[in-house]
Write a protein that binds this ligand. Sequence first.
Ligand code: ADP
Ligand code: ZN
Length: 436
Amino acid sequence: MGNERCWNPEIERADRAALEAVQLEGLRATVRRALRTPFYRERLTGAGLTSADDLRTLADARHIPETTKADLRVAYPEGLLAVPPEQVVRVHTSSGTTGTPTVIHHTRRDLDAWTELVARCIVATGAGPADVFQNMMTYGLFTGGLGLHYGAERVGLMVIPSAAGNTTRQLRLMRDFHTTVVHATPSYMLHVAHKMPSEGVAPGDLFLRKAYLGGEPYSETTRRKIEAFYGIDVYNSYGLSEMNGPGVAFECVCKDGMHIWEDAFLIEMRRPDGSPAPAGEEAELVMTTLQREATPILRYRTGDITRLLPGPCPCGRTHRRIARMTGRCDDMLILNGVNVYPSQIEQVLMRLPEAGTNWQILIEKAGALDRATIKIEVLPGVFTGEVKALEALKARISEQVRSETLVRAAVELHEPGVLPAFELKAKRVTDLRPKE
Ligand code: ADP
Ligand code: ZN
């Protein structure tokens, strides 16, 4: 696989020394720009960093203060703008999963650099100009729509900007235009699968070969279920609006971890106490933009938990790979003292042969204790069984969750299509406990 086609072979296969030289230059340029913003000028000078020349090696990045989502909100709307307003050509925001959205400005060159990264991702999955690309992500301030759109056009795919929602129309477009590649959240891809029988469409009626799924966490088992149902390859796509959006990290044809574009981003793995995590350990991903002009961001705490994968990738790309995200730091639930990420529960549930694809967890206070209820859709055949068998299944699911995650939860079984479906990001957790 060493000869896989690259969009930009020179940089995608650059050796470590060359990559690090590019990174150091990018880091200095970024700090220089950041010093022009009111927010970072105060931050950096406060930390004794008054000139980009103070950074002699990449390791010196450790002296730069970290940036949090809360900082970006304080800087709203223009406290991070490092160029004169007339150079800004577009603005995007995050989708606001965890609060007020954050704002990112882009210059023409920023958009161009972002498009280049997305083009690399698309080519890394083996797609090309002969493909028809249906972009089922929301267009607008959310970055999933326009981000992939321009990258796909640059590579030369035929783009159908169908945007999210309206499943009947999505399926018609897929059939009429012979769509081969789609981009969506895993939740929406599952929703489309559920709707297909009632729309009279079978996977064999479609021409799909690949799906780019991201924007929210999902398990390896969910990937495999989607692949088996549609008969396609699913590629994991990771991005966040603060670092452009999609195009930050993407799986190549090896489908074993996502290459993160290191000429565009300096990455660090952070332990909860702020110290650097050794390679292979699960930790929070921290990122610094190395190319962005309008909104430079230094040592941004993404809140996303992952680990670096060891060794080179057989595809020949040298940019390091990150594992599927375990979750966000702020997603972690504490249930009667047990720490658990929703993704860990999902992993247990999706392995059950009776499981459908949609599930939720409800958390309430019952006296001093937390009470958790898992609601899960099961396959249609399950409900034809006896009541006793259903009770046994609930007990088995509950026990499986307890033995693998230590969480004690009651289980409710539901028919397929009963729990709310999601066109963008799924909301799995409803936490009704009073806030402290
Ligand atoms: P918000 O932070 O409001 O959701 P974004 O739309 O920028 O705004 O979403 C970025 C976040 O989505 C990431 O920080 C991460 O938590 C999540 N995410 C994106 N892609 C993936 C993926 N492939 N796997 C897991 N989580 C993802
Ligand atoms: Zn690879």
